[in-house]
Write a protein that binds this ligand. Sequence first.
Ligand SMILES: Nc1ncnc2c1ncn2[C@@H]1O[C@H](COP(=O)(O)OP(=O)(O)OP(=O)(O)O)[C@@H](O)[C@H]1O
Length: 364
Amino acid sequence: MHALSAHLKRSKGDFTLDIKVDFIQGITGVFGPSGAGKTTLMHLLVGLENPDQGYVKIEETILVDTFKNICEPTRNRKIGYVFQEGRLFPHMSVRKNLLFATKYIPKGQQVIEFEELVNLLELNNLLEKRPKQLSGGEKQRVAIGRALLSSPKLLLMDEPFSSLDVKLRRQIIPYLIKINRKFNIPMLVVSHDLPDLLSLTRELFLLKKGRVVGHGTYLDLLEQENMFELMRGGGLMNVIPFKVEKHDKKDGLTILSNKSASETISMEREMELDCCQIGDYVNLSLRPEDIALSLEKILNISIRNQLPGTIVKIIQQDSRNYCLVDVGFKLLVSITHASLLKMELAENKKVWCLFKSMALQTNF
Ligand SMILES: Nc1ncnc2c1ncn2[C@@H]1O[C@H](COP(=O)(O)OP(=O)(O)OP(=O)(O)O)[C@@H](O)[C@H]1O
């Protein structure tokens, strides 16, 4: 059963949106450049705009069907919506902002209890504060909490990171993952920043000029040339799942493994992160520009990570060239045209991917 199933058409001036989306559980990203129709899609789903034609179904409940003249008002849709800038009521305390969301929920139908949510999002010390006394990340946490207290069947988030700096982004991401796992609420997250989205999910819808032009996992989409061009505009990134094996105190390194890779990987141990305990699984990001290719393993070099692999695809875009290398998992590597020619790189050629321990970054 699909968590969400929708096909919506809407024209505004020169812009026409014609989008079909359906997905099951988990977190799904919606990526597209400015003006692609991301916010319009969110508004149509939540009921802030009405389609010219189409339907919206959550599980088996029809919320909108223009052919049957069905159009449930926003408050009956059971869709939580977190706006770009949070949008809390400025004259109310955090507690009142949160409780406002429960207003339309009949007694006994509350899926998430107030206390449980406050603990999960660590809002205890903020309850009596007003929104203007909160940081950007705290406001965003309250906005997410308020959306969840409305007991939604689907949570929509429109650029939830856009007003947050890198540190605050890293704080919010684990909360979102925790919520998704604990309450099993499917989420649709919109962003024009690909690395942000990839830290939450690899399941993407790609939007362009009011249409879905791609749907699938990030790596599958990367292999399609027209998708690659679109995603490049949002910032390409490798996001790799690792298991934390051990901390090497003497060398200041954390040793990681990936079940498909032949070698362990070392990362500079930047901090005592909760998510970096031995046995934990972490997603780490690695910029395509921070990986070098070599035709053999290089001894006596300060670059610690050297992974053997095979080039599965070469992507040439304008003056930029990329190799997709299978090292057990797939790595996207940026390379100059001169190196491509000099090293005679081609699909199926064996190479080594080299990157420094410092190049691996924790997403959260
Ligand atoms: N009221 C309106 N009248 C006419 N055109 C509109 C109106 N509102 C939005 N548009 C157009 O609809 C298109 C989609 O806008 P939308 O805000 O959904 O895009 P977006 O992908 O969310 O962009 P961004 O990332 O910049 O927020 C844009 O081309 C915009 O100019």
